[in-house]
Design a protein around this ligand. Structure first.
Ligand SMILES: Cc1cc2nc3c(=O)[nH]c(=O)nc-3n(C[C@H](O)[C@H](O)[C@H](O)COP(=O)(O)OP(=O)(O)OC[C@H]3O[C@@H](n4cnc5c(N)ncnc54)[C@H](O)[C@@H]3O)c2cc1C
Length: 522
C-alpha cells in the first residue's frame, strides 16, 4: 500500500512556508515529494541576508499563532519546542508618537489595560477591554468557518456561522471599515491609529479594510514569540523536518514551466532544461505569476493575476547592523506620525511613497536579553506602493529614507548607519525575488467585505495543480500561509481519495493501485 502512495510523484514549487508545510504533509502521508526552490535556502520571504557579517531577519519578524505550528509539528511526529527555541515576549510592541508619548502593549492583558489607563485615561482603558472582547468574538467566529475552511464562499459562511456568528458580525455594523469601527471604540486618536495598523499585517489600508480585520489584533494579543535564530530558523527547521520525512529538497532550481497535457499537470520544466514528471504539482509562488504566464501559457488558467489596483502594500526596508543610542528599544517598535490617513492616501490613491511614513523597527536582539548588544541587528520598514502601480525613482526612495530616519532621530533613536552596514530592499527588489508579486508582499489587499472571498482556494481549475501561500486562501502572514500549505495537502489527498474510490467501484473485486493510496490518510 505504502509503495503505491510512493508512486504518486508530487513536485512542490517554492520553499516558502506554504510550500514547506505542503511538502511535509504530503511526504508524511507517503507520497514521493520533490521540492524545488529558486533561492539557495528555504523560507522565501522569511529570508535572512548577512549584513556586515550579521544574519538579519529581513522579512517577517512577528511570530504569532504558535498553535498552528504546534499542530503541524505534532502531525509529523515532532514537538515544536524540541525543534525550535521559542520565547514569549513580555512586551508585544512599543509605540511612540513623540519622545514623551509612548505606549507598550504587554502579553499580560491586565498590564496593557493599566498602561492604556496611564496613557489615555481610565475611560479609554475600559474601551480597550470592550474592544478586546469584540475582537475575540470576531476571531472565534471566523476561525472555523473562514480560516480553517477549504474555500469559503459567502453562502458556505452563512451556513457555517450560525445565528450566533452572524450576530457577532452584524454587531460590527454593516460594511463598516476597520477605521470606522475603531472610531466607535476609541476617542483617543492615537489608540485608533495603533489598532488600525493591524490592517497593514494583511497589506491593507485601515480605511478600506473591513472591520473583521480586528481579529489580527486578537492574534497579536494572544502572544508574540521570539524564535532563536530568527524567523529564518523556522524555515530551516521545517525544511529539516520535511527532509526527515523523505522530501527531496533542491535549492537553486527555478521552474520555468508547469507542463500540462490538455487539462492535467504532467510535470515541470526547470530553467536548467531538466524535466521532472509529476502526477501533482503544488505551486507556492505568487498566484499572479501563473495568471501572467510566467510558468507557461498553459498554466495561465490556474489563477487570474491580481489587478494592479487590488495589490497589497509593498515595503521599503533597511536591514542594519549598527550601534544605536537614545531610545530604549523593545523587540518590536512602532514610530507614528500624526497624519495616518495621509500615509494610505499616498500609497493607495497616489501610488507614491508616504510623505509621513510610520516607521517599524524590529530590534532582533532586544526584548528578552538583559543587556543591549554593542551593535543592534535591525529591520527598519515603511509601507510602500506595489511596483504594479508605479516604479519608484531613486530620488523618491532617498527622500523617504531621509524622512524615515529623521523621524527616528526626532524620537531620540540614533542609528549609526553606513553604506557597509545597511542593506536596502525596495518594492522592485521584492518583485525580482518573488516573481509575479509586483513587490506586493501580501498578495491581494483585503479591501472591502468581499475581498477575503476573492482569494483562490487550494484547488486550481487545472487537474493536478494546487496552490499554497500567502496569495491564496486563507491569506498572508506566516501562520496563514502555513495553513494554506495544510489545505493544499489536504485537498490533494482528498482528490486522491475520491479517485481511488471511483476506481474501486470500476475495478470491482480487483486490487487497484489507487485503492492502496487511501492507506495512511487521516
Ligand atoms: C518585509 C516583510 C515583512 C513581513 N512581516 C510579517 C510578519 O511580521 N509576520 C507575518 O506573519 N508575516 C509577515 N510577512 C508576510 C509573510 O512573510 C508571508 O505572508 C509569508 O512568508 C508568505 O509565505 P509563502 O508560503 O507565500 O511563500 P513565499 O515566502 O512567498 O515564498 C515563495 C517561494 O517560492 C519560490 N518560487 C517562486 N516561484 C518559483 C519558481 N518558478 N521556481 C522555484 N521557486 C519559486 C520563491 O523563491 C520563494 O522562496 C512579511 C513579509 C515581508 C516581505
Amino acid at each position: 500500500m505504502a509503495s503505491a502512495l510512493r508512486e504518486h510523484r508530487v513536485v512542490v514549487i517554492g520553499a516558502g512556508v506554504g510550500g514547506l508545510v505542503a511538502a511535509l504533509q504530503l511526504a508524511r502521508r507517503g507520497l514521493s515529494v520533490t521540492l524545488l526552490e529558486a533561492a539557495d535556502s528555504p523560507g522565501g520571504k522569511m529570508r535572512q541576508p548577512l549584513v556586515d557579517g550579521a544574519p538579519i531577519d529581513s522579512g517577517p519578524t512577528v511570530f504569532t499563532m504558535r498553535w498552528i505550528f504546534e499542530q503541524i509539528y505534532a502531525s509529523a511526529g515532532a514537538r515544536l519546542e524540541d525543534e525550535l527555541q521559542l520565547t514569549a515576549l513580555p512586551v508585544l510592541a512599543t509605540h511612540a508618537w513623540s519622545p514623551d508619548e509612548r505606549l507598550d502593549l504587554f502579553a499580560d492583558p491586565a498590564l496593557s489595560t493599566d498602561a492604556i489607563a496611564r496613557f489615555a485615561g481610565p475611560v479609554e482603558a475600559n474601551r480597550f477591554t470592550q474592544f478586546c472582547r469584540q475582537a475575540r468574538a470576531v476571531y472565534d467566529t471566523l476561525e472555523g468557518p473562514f480560516i480553517r475552511s477549504q474555500a469559503p464562499t459567502l453562502t458556505s459562511m452563512h451556513g457555517d456561522l450560525g445565528l450566533r456568528g452572524l450576530a457577532v458580525l452584524a454587531s460590527l455594523g454593516p460594511m463598516r471599515s476597520l477605521w470606522g469601527s475603531l472610531c466607535r471604540h476609541f476617542q483617543d486618536a492615537r489608540l485608533r491609529q495603533l489598532f488600525a495598523r493591524y490592517a497593514t499585517y494583511c497589506g491593507s489600508s485601515p480605511w478600506q479594510a473591513p472591520a473583521t480585520l480586528m481579529l489580527v489584533t486578537q492574534v497579536e494579543l494572544d502572544g508574540v514569540w521570539s524564535v532563536r535564530g530568527g524567523m529564518h530558523a523556522l524555515a530551516q527547521s521545517l525544511a529539516g523536518l520535511a527532509q526527515r520525512h523523505g522530501v527531496t529538497l533542491r535549492y537553486g532550481e527555478r521552474v520555468r514551466q508547469i507542463e500540462i497535457d490538455g487539462t492535467r499537470t504532467t510535470g515541470v520544466l526547470l530553467a536548467s532544461g531538466e524535466r521532472l514528471a509529476a502526477d501533482s504539482v503544488v505551486f507556492n509562488g505568487d498566484r499572479s505569476a501563473l495568471g501572467e504566464g510566467l510558468l507557461g501559457d498553459a498554466a495561465r488558467a490556474a489563477a487570474a493575476p491580481v489587478p494592479p489596483d487590488q495589490r497589497s502594500l509593498s515595503a521599503l526596508t533597511w536591514s542594519v547592523h549598527a550601534p544605536t543610542a537614545g531610545f530604549a528599544l523593545e523587540r518590536h517598535n512602532v514610530f507614528f506620525q500624526p497624519d495616518y490617513r495621509r500615509e494610505f492616501d499616498d500609497i493607495f490613491r497616489h501610488s507614491r511613497l508616504p510623505a509621513t511614513p510610520t516607521v517599524y523597527v524590529c530590534a532582533q536582539d532586544r526584548g528578552i536579553n538583559e543587556a543591549a548588544p554593542e551593535r543592534d541587528r535591525l529591520l527598519v520598514l515603511v509601507n510602500a506602493p506595489s511596483a504594479a502601480r508605479r516604479s519608484l525613482t531613486e530620488a523618491e526612495i532617498n527622500a523617504c529614507e531621509t524622512h524615515s530616519f529623521s523621524l527616528l532621530r526626532r524620537h531620540g533613536l540614533m542609528v549609526e548607519r553606513t553604506a557597509q552596514n545597511t542593506l536596502r530592499t525596495t518594492p522592485a527588489d521584492f518583485q525580482r525575488m518573488f516573481p509575479g508579486s509586483a513587490g506586493a508582499l501580501y498578495g491581494m489587499a483585503t479591501h472591502g467585505w468581499m475581498s477575503a472571498f476573492k482569494r483562490p482556494g487550494a484547488a486550481s481549475p487545472i487537474a493536478g495543480l494546487y496552490l499554497a501561500g500567502g496569495s491564496v486562501h486563507p491569506g498572508p502572514g506566516v501562520p496563514m500561509a502555513a495553513m494554506s500549505g495544510q489545505l493544499a495537502a489536504a485537498t490533494l489527498m482528498a482528490r486522491l481519495d475520491s479517485t481511488s474510490r471511483s476506481s474501486r467501484v470500476r475495478i470491482s473485486g480487483g486490487t487497484s493501485m489507487r485503492s492502496a493510496m487511501t492507506a495512511g490518510m487521516d
